[in-house]
Ligand binder design. Structure first.
Ligand SMILES: C[S@@+](CC[C@H](N)C(=O)[O-])C[C@H]1O[C@@H](n2cnc3c(N)ncnc32)[C@H](O)[C@@H]1O
Length: 269
């Protein structure tokens, strides 16, 4: 169950007590110091950000209603079968601009060949990821046919040629992708906000990761079970470095370096 405002505030105060200050002070790993100062907290504006945010603005003003038609049994957020305005989806489910920019910079830095996203929705995060790395291919999975249609139409009109949108549930489409692709070089998990499911997806993802792969998990403090699942993920023996940015977590799988965990401030946190 989603945490209430007080629980989130308590969790944030605990985070602030433990996290390192902004600026990279106290990060002793050269790899993480470099990543934090030049990629994560680099606030450089890219012209492409404005065009993606323009699309968000259009969606925020859009009164068109869609009936959320789930192909999944367990879609969350309580919209299933409901009539929902696109403006509400843009306001409540899309990644905020600071997280979009973070995805962009991490992907631009790593240049992953195969990128996988769980949870397309109206396609805001997909656009940040795909635009950051035109030579890679983004496979993005969405279980709601109605929002899938909106995102797909938008990807076609832009056009964004390096996105392969997949309409289906993670439970079946992720194993298909794992069979089809040699490796998952970048994964963004932003779908089911359910700890048990998150660990199930991680089990499918793990064998496809290489030592250069990066996994970003959104909403790690959404609920107690999401936070527990995040803790289990970062404890996995294949994870060498984990970054907790309060809202989201980033996992690295580099070999030959000591396991380390950092709590770092980014964006409004
Ligand atoms: C938070 S939204 C994704 C937002 C998107 N990443 C963005 O920033 O624009 C999560 C999406 O995952 C989809 N979803 C949730 N559980 C799913 C499942 N088991 N299979 C397929 N899609 C699922 C929902 O329909 C929803 O559109």
């Amino acid at each position: 169950m989603r945490r209430g405002a007080w629980a989130i505030l308590k969790s944030y105060l605990q985070f602030r007590k433990k996290c390192l200050p902004k600026g990279g002070y106290g990060i002793h790993s050269p790899f993480i110091f470099n990543l934090y100062t030049t990629v994560i907290s680099n606030n450089r504006k890219e012209p492409i950000f404005d065009s993606i945010e323009l699309y968000r603005k259009e969606m925020l003003r859009c009164d068109i209603e869609i009936i959320r038609k789930s192909v999944a049994g367990s879609l969350n957020r309580g919209f299933r079968g409901e009539l929902v305005k696109l403006s509400r989806l843009a306001r409540t489910v899309a990644v905020p601009p600071h997280l979009g920019r973070l995805l962009y910079r991490v992907v631009q830095h790593a240049k992953p060949a195969n990128m996988v996203e769980l949870g397309t929705s109206i396609g805001i995060s997909s656009m940040y990821i795909a635009r950051a790395n035109p030579t890679g291919v983004l496979y993005t999975i969405e279980g709601d046919e109605a929002v899938f249609g909106i995102a797909q139409k938008h990807f076609e009109t832009l056009p964004l040629d390096n996105i392969k949108p997949i309409c289906g549930i993670f439970e079946t489409e992720l194993p298909h992708l794992a069979q089809e692709l040699n490796s998952f070089d970048f994964v963004f998990i932003d779908g089911d906000h359910n700890g048990t499911k998150l660990l199930e997806y991680f089990d499918v993802i793990l064998p496809k990761l290489t030592s250069n792969s990066i996994v970003v998990v959104d909403d790690i403090r959404w609920s107690q079970d999401m936070e527990d699942a995040w803790k289990e993920m970062k404890a996995n023996r294949r994870v060498s470095v984990s970054l907790d940015l309060f809202r989201c977590g980033i996992l690295f799988f580099r070999q030959g370096i000591a396991k380390q965990h950092f709590m770092l401030r980014y964006g409004p946190y």
